[in-house]
Write a protein that binds this ligand. Structure first.
Ligand code: ADP
Ligand code: MG
Length: 380
């Protein structure tokens, strides 16, 4: 049956994923917004790992496609649920791992909602960033007698291939450079590094960061969707008995909107921004996909974003990509291109089953399973 085939598909997918190492891809589907017509959705959320996208004929080639992820969060998934499935990764920072968490998707698909939360923030709607830090405080407190932790944060944005400090008290987003030192690896030594000891420290800093981002936004409308913002958490732990030091860092990245800009219409600044965004998102895709394929050459140097994150992508580092999609029919083109990106950064061999007719579902899935088996055989 369809269910059984899906089941087998998932098992194989997970095996392939494990062989791939440390790259996880989670998909989050935004609900329809209040006031939006609660119309037809292009997304059918099948289960915790599978979705199908239906393309109505009006929006291109009619058809249905299946996509598989490490996890799928449907429109009703809460912030708490999303965080619960991210927590183990976050905690590994305290054991000295480097972690990168990305939010990818077109503007309006829910990236900032996942990472920060909505603008009318409540305890329930707090995003991953805040929950991550408060969890790190909690665990470091529990380990207090064994390891003493220092936690500090930086917050920068990358706009038009320039890195700017967002934690400047005077609101001037100072341009900073990425440096590489043998001791500290890739970092931005000139961006403010602020020690934090409580969740209220974190709240204050995030507010400052957002305010500084908003300052630039008046000069350039809605800049936040056209720049990457990166909250970096540096953790240093000292073993109370041996004195041994361990270091871990975590980058929480709210990426620029991935929507394609019509080159024939964009001019001037808008075209320049679009070009930079395209370049850096595809550089990120190239880096992650070459890591997923365990290529010997990883092209970190092609963008500021991948340079900044170089030490936290690959090697022992752990990467999680949240891909966000919108449910609306008129977003289906962007949704498919987002999912294509997701596919590229997860498993190249996986492919997607193209399901055009209900009756061919099982046949197509079986073909996909055969493909996965072949991929698995190649890996072993
Ligand atoms: P992006 O950062 O990708 O441009 P936003 O996070 O700003 O998108 O989301 C656009 C709007 O949709 C916001 O009003 C946000 O609060 C809302 N939204 C996004 N995801 C969800 C969700 N999972 N549940 C409820 N509202 C959401
Ligand atoms: Mg946003």
């Amino acid at each position: 049956s369809y269910q059984k085939v899906l089941e087998e598909n998932r098992k194989l997918y997970n095996q392939v994923q494990d062989l791939k190492g440390n790259i996880r891809v989670y998909c989050r589907v935004r609900p329809f917004l209040p006031g939006q017509q609660n119309g037809l959705s292009t997304v059918d959320h099948i289960d915790d790992e599978n979705i199908t996208i239906t393309t109505p004929s009006k929006y291109g080639k009619e058809g249905k496609k299946l996509f598989t992820f490490n996890k799928v969060f449907g429109p009703s998934a809460t912030q708490a649920k999303v965080f619960a499935d991210t927590q183990p990764l976050i905690r590994s920072v305290l054991d000295g791992f480097n972690v990168c968490i990305f939010a990818y998707g077109q503007t309006g698909s829910g990236k900032t909602h996942t990472m920060t939360g909505p603008s009318d923030l409540t305890k329930e709607t707090l995003g991953v960033n805040y929950r991550a830090l408060s969890d790190l405080f909690l665990i470091s407190e529990q380990r207090r007698d064994v390891i003493s932790y220092d936690i500090s944060v930086q917050m920068v944005e990358i706009y038009n291939e320039q890195v700017r400090d967002l934690l400047t008290p005077d609101g001037v987003n100072k341009k900073v450079e990425i440096r590489n030192s043998s001791q500290k690896g890739f970092n931005v030594p000139d961006a403010n590094l602020v020690p934090v000891t409580s969740t209220s420290d974190v709240m204050n800093l995030m507010n400052l960061g957002h305010k500084n981002r908003a300052v630039s936004a008046t000069a350039m409308n809605d800049r936040s969707s056209r720049s990457h913002s990166c909250l970096t958490v540096h953790v240093q732990g000292r073993n109370m008995t041996s004195g041994a030091i361990l270091r871990g860092s975590m980058h929480l990245v709210d990426l620029a909107g991935s929507e394609r800009v019509d080159k024939s219409e964009a001019v001037g600044d808008r075209l320049k921004e679009a070009t930079h965004i395209n370049k850096s998102l595809s550089a990120l895709g190239d880096v992650i996909s070459s890591l997923a394929q365990k290529n010997s050459h990883v092209p970190y140097r092609n963008s500021k974003l991948t340079q900044l994150l170089q030490d936290s992508l690959g090697g022992q580092a752990k990467t999680l990509m949240f891909v966000h999609i919108s449910p609306e029919l008129n977003a289906v083109g962007e949704t498919l291109s987002t999912l294509k990106f997701a596919e590229r950064v997860s498993t190249v061999e996986l492919g997607t089953a193209r399901v055009n007719k209900e009756s061919s579902d099982v046949k197509e899935l079986k073909e996909q399973i055969a493909g996965l088996k072949a991929a698995l055989a190649r890996k072993e």
